[in-house]
Design a binder for this molecule. Structure first.
Ligand SMILES: Cc1cc2nc3c(=O)[nH]c(=O)nc-3n(C[C@H](O)[C@H](O)[C@H](O)COP(=O)(O)O)c2cc1C
Length: 133
């Protein structure tokens, strides 16, 4: 295992809420612990604060196109922590509407149990990134 990797606990549950532009409105304790931020450092920041450079642009294009249509998106995401470490999650992003009518998104992330899945997406995203340049 790479020493730069943060591996989630089996029961870790990383939750964040954003507004329609992807600005963070809420982050759960597990999210903050794994991403190595205090919650105050995250609120109001764009969600790309945890973006890892290994992630292909197409993954987030797909995420945004899906949730803007009002549909649920799921996928494998490699994120970067505050100190430059990385962590893999399986994320599901839900569009929602508050009682006052305002729209937003919620992401729930869990550990990817199978190491082979991480290896698969690491290789796939590398190929996708190579095609972006
Ligand atoms: C609810 C929600 C959760 C998101 N979670 C992540 C995340 O964990 N990591 C990430 O890199 N981008 C996440 N994004 C996508 C970011 O908003 C952004 O599109 C992405 O980091 C790419 O950055 P860029 O658009 O500045 O290129 C999330 C978006 C939404 C709406």
């Amino acid at each position: 295992m790479n020493s730069n990797e943060i591996v989630l606990r089996d029961d870790s549950f990383l939750i964040s809420h954003t507004d329609t532009r992807g600005k963070i409105k809420f982050a759960s304790d597990d999210f903050c612990t794994v991403a190595e931020y205090d919650v105050q450092e995250l609120i109001g920041k764009p969600h790309s604060i945890v973006r890892h450079p290994d992630m292909p642009k197409a993954a987030f294009q797909d995420l945004w196109e899906t949730v803007k249509k009002g549909e649920i998106w799921s996928g494998f995401v490699k994120n970067r922590s505050k100190t430059g470490k990385f962590y893999w999650v399986y994320a599901t992003v839900y569009p929602y509407q508050d009682q006052d009518g305002s729209l937003g998104y919620i992401s729930c992330r869990t550990k990817i149990a199978a190491r082979e899945e991480i290896a698969y997406y690491e290789a796939l995203y590398k190929k996708m990134r190579a095609k972006e340049f």
